[in-house]
Design a protein around this ligand. Structure first.
Ligand SMILES: Nc1ncnc2c1ncn2[C@@H]1O[C@H](COP(=O)(O)OP(=O)(O)OP(=O)(O)O)[C@@H](O)[C@H]1O
Ligand SMILES: [Mg+2]
Length: 502
């Protein structure tokens, strides 16, 4: 293990990094930081949640000359939320040196961005569309840039983004340093990437599997029409602290989050058709734990670092293995454990081996829980809560009523009644969920189809693997009958130690 002290950092940056709570460098950091500092071009591939942001962020910050009022580094990321997150991390790393970091992304007032650009940021973190916009408007010049970083590089060099990236790169000096990072790097994309780079070093942290071992991976065979009931039972049994549920399309995400809310879960959806303000609000609520289920398209698949995500559910199978790796990588980060579960309909079964071949990891089969098991899971969560309340030892106001109840009933009857009242019993509130067609393998899809679906970037960045076929026309559709039942809010089991019941 390498200590940050041994990486030759400036005192200011070293202190900033230690202040972030980082003690030892992760493997990708200890390998790439020295190369980055030496000015080498490099492609860094390491598993999700292993600290790639600081792996490129630290050398970038170190290279900034804060006495110069000029943009010296630019980081491009595929989604707005990721651009914001990366800029926040860069700000922290650069706080010792007082590096100025600015994020620019679609959906944010452009004139405000123009004003901020006039304050001489040193580092820009942006989404491709908006960066290009500023280049075209001549409100941002990149001719003083000496470092370009593509986070989620394989995604950035994919069809939906490649033209924008080429244009952005062309507006930076050719003697720049170029750094590419991702957890996935398919060979054809890597070959293409090398064209933009000078003698790139390829750093792949030695790993047998593409996914981190800390993520337990399961699949569950389920008919399309049974997915929702199985999902709610799983949520009841597993009581995730925070869960992300990935759906294929925007309509799917809207319907799923509405259906979950109707059944008493605190869930909200995020996808590219929402306003930026709404996207940020939903994400904030999820981070705070105001909602504990985030339903998302692939817009949330890459890079997002939200601590406390214990479960990822692929309600719809991801459209390619890379997306699988990134989606499940929202859990099991920075040494924590996590669990990922993928629903597979009978006609999608052959896809399983494609996933397993890519990740070099077997997924374990899980069977759908029965209603009884779900009820038992809910009851267990209530029991845990009662035990915690007992431990809290703050019950004096309730003792008198308790004793009165016990005078007329035996203790187990009283407790059973309390359990029944607190336990969420099977809910059959009707919900509306339009069936999705099974996923076709990549080979079946027409290339022009993929291209069209991907080419929408942050202007309204939809799911990367596109899909989001339903489009925005669905937003006005009628709500399913019934009202959210606030009284039935699910017991979350939040403060109990993390355990992964299957
Ligand atoms: N050396 C370190 N010690 C402790 N924590 C770290 C260290 N480096 C990074 N982290 C933390 O680990 C988490 C994951 O880091 P990061 O988001 O950079 O991962 P990543 O490799 O970019 O993942 P992804 O592939 O999903 O984008 C963050 O919360 C980050 O602050
Ligand atoms: Mg990352």
């Amino acid at each position: 293990m390498t200590k940050f002290e041994d990486l030759g950092l400036s005192q200011a940056t070293l202190e900033a990094v230690l202040k972030m709570g980082f003690e030892e460098a992760t493997p990708i950091q200890s390998e790439t930081i020295p190369m980055g500092l030496a000015g080498k071009d490099l492609i860094g591939q390491a598993q999700t949640g292993t600290g790639k942001t600081a792996a490129f962020g630290i050398p970038l910050v170190e290279k900034i000359d804060v006495t110069k009022d000029a943009i010296q580094g630019i980081i491009i990321a595929p989604t707005r939320e990721l651009a914001i997150q990366v800029s926040e991390e860069l700000y922290k790393i650069g706080s010792g040196k007082r590096v100025r970091v600015l994020s620019i992304y679609g959906g944010q007032d452009i004139s405000r961005q123009i004003r901020s650009l006039k304050k001489f940021p040193h580092i820009i973190v942006g989404t491709p569309g908006r960066v290009l916009d500023h280049i075209n408007r001549k409100t941002m010049r990149l001719d003083t840039v000496n470092t370009v970083i593509l986070d989620e590089a394989d995604e950035m060099l994919n069809m939906g983004f490649i033209e924008d990236i080429e244009t952005i790169l062309a507006s930076t000096p050719s003697e720049r340093q170029t750094l590419l990072f991702s957890a996935t790097m398919p060979a054809p994309i890597q070959r293409m990437a090398e064209k933009f780079m000078k003698d790139p070093q390829i750093v792949r942290v030695k790993m047998k599997e593409m996914t981190v071992p800390a993520i337990e991976q399961f699949y569950l065979e389920v008919m399309e029409k049974n997915k929702f009931d199985v999902l709610t039972r799983l949520l009841d049994i597993q009581s995730p602290e925070l869960a992300i549920i990935f759906g294929r399309t925007k309509r799917r995400v809207d319907e799923l989050s509405e259906a979950l809310t109707l059944r008493g879960y605190t869930a909200e959806g995020i996808h590219g058709d929402l306003t930026q303000a709404k996207r940020m609000q939903v994400l904030r609520k999820f981070k705070e734990g105001t909602i504990d289920v985030l339903v998302a398209t692939d817009v949330a698949a890459r890079g997002l670092d939200i601590s406390g995500v214990t479960h990822v559910y692929n309600f719809d199978i991801p459209q390619d293995p890379e997306s699988y790796v990134h989606r499940i990588g929202r859990t099991g980060r920075a040494g924590k454990s996590g669990m990922a579960l993928t629903f597979i309909t009978p006609r999608e079964k052959s896809y399983l081996s494609v996933l397993e071949r890519t990740t070099k990891r077997k997924m374990e089969r899980m069977t759908a829980p029965t209603l009884d098991e779900a009820l038992e899971g809910q009851q267990r969560a209530v029991v845990d809560k009662i035990v915690q309340t007992i431990e809290g030892n703050n019950l004096q106001y309730y003792k008198r009523a308790a004793n009165e109840l016990l005078e007329e009933n035996d203790a187990s009857t009283v407790i059973a009644a309390v359990l029944k009242m607190l336990t969420k019993e099977p809910d059959t509130t009707p919900v509306k969920l339009t069936e999705e067609a099974p996923m076709h393998s990549k080979r079946d899809r027409k290339p022009q189809d993929r291209d069209r679906r991907r080419r929408d970037d942050n202007r309204s960045y939809n799911s990367s693997r596109g899909g989001e076929r339903s489009g925005s026309g669905d937003r006005d559709r009628k709500k399913a009958p019934g009202k959210p039942r606030t009284g039935e809010k699910r017991t979350s089991g939040k403060s109990k130690p993390r355990s992964f019941n299957r």
